[in-house]
Design a protein around this ligand. Structure first.
Ligand code: P6P
Length: 335
């Protein structure tokens, strides 16, 4: 934080956002409001997530949903909630969502911001009560406010992000975000309905002993990937792979570690999406002193070509990502 002022743990998200507005000398408070809108949607999705287990037997408790419809999938609900929060707020002109085939143009003549979002990643984990997450990126539109949305407003490289964050719906629900002045984590207190600053100025350990990769795909890996994973085993690292990107990323950010989703035969460009998964986490990683590449290039430098394009992702502690790149570039063979 430029003012160098330490923030007392326990301040609320609202107070924190307001206090940080001074980071943007020309801020008119729209980004602050947008962050509040996202936090509100996160609170609602958190409540729906907590109820998900019961919803499936909702009938037994007489809790059919208000429309009396068949219980929608939680990722559909999350998408509706975030889209509603983002369109109601008034600061957003366009949305790219994992759940929407094309760009949602809000026809909002005063909206300055474009949001790319994965409303609920890892939704296959919901039914088995594993942590899941929301991932979001915020950009300023390139073309004049009020003019029609153009491709250049949407296809921006990750380094153009104004803000990025994730919500982790886990043993406790956390909101972690950056506006380019460091990374701060907030923990949700259900009984008060508030996020409180719990992890100020997060800095990722430069090295770590945790590697996260789906070893079930080992036979599909390029040799460099196999050589790196063998190196992890010889180094007696711990394998931790939850199958939920936000949960794996968050643990590695705090404890030190690397998450890798390389290209495989099934997913030659990797599985994760550039616009609303890799870019947001890469911005956060770099702001926390960590690193994110696609195996050869910095994630934030990648010029997007298509809305839902996938990218291989190597993200986490700087030293671990650099070591992995050494194996991928064959500078280091398996010893
Ligand atoms: P695999 C969840 O579907 C997800 O997008 C990430 O959250 C997770 O890390 C990854 O895919 C798991 O994919 O192929 O290892 O099951």
């Amino acid at each position: 934080d430029q003012s160098g002022m330490a923030y007392s743990v326990g301040t609320t998200l609202d107070r924190f956002i307001k206090s940080k507005q001074s980071d943007f000398p020309f801020a008119s408070g729209e980004l602050s409001q947008l962050l509040r809108d996202i936090a509100l949607a996160a609170k609602i999705v958190n409540r729906e997530t907590n109820r998900a287990g019961l919803a499936n037997i909702g009938g037994a408790f007489g809790q059919t949903n208000v429309q009396g419809e068949e219980q929608q999938k939680l990722d559909v609900i999350a998408n509706i909630r975030f889209m509603r929060a983002l369109s109601k707020g008034g600061e957003v002109c366009a949305i790219v969502s994992e759940e929407e085939d094309s760009v949602i143009d809000l026809q909002n003549g005063s909206g300055k911001y474009v949001v790319a979002i994965d409303p609920l990643d890892g939704s296959s984990n919901i039914d088995v009560n594993i942590s899941i997450g929301t991932i979001f990126s915020i950009y300023r539109r390139k073309t004049p406010v009020g003019s029609p949305i153009q491709e250049e407003d949407i296809m921006q490289p990750g380094k153009e992000q104004v803000a990025a964050g994730y919500v982790l719906y886990g043993s406790s629900t956390m909101l972690v975000y950056t506006t380019g002045f460091g990374v701060n984590g907030f923990t949700y207190e259900n009984s008060l309905g508030e996020f409180f600053l719990s992890h100020p100025a997060i800095q990722a350990p430069k090295d770590g002993k945790i590697y996260s990769i789906n070893e079930g795909s080992e036979l599909e890996w390029a040799p460099g990937v196999k050589n790196y994973v063998d190196y992890c085993k010889r180094s007696q690292y711990s394998a931790r792979y939850i199958g939920s990107l936000v949960a794996d990323f968050h643990r590695n950010l705090l404890k030190g570690g690397i998450y890798a989703y390389p290209s495989t035969q099934k997913n030659p460009n990797g599985k994760l999406r550039l616009l609303y998964e890799a870019n947001a986490l890469a911005f956060i990683a770099e702001q926390a002193g960590a690193k994110a590449t696609n195996g050869t290039q910095r994630i934030l430098d990648i010029q997007p070509e298509t809305l839902h394009q996938r990218t291989p992702l190597w993200i986490g502690s700087e030293k671990m990502v650099n070591e992995a790149m050494g194996f991928l570039s064959k500078k280091r063979e398996a010893v």
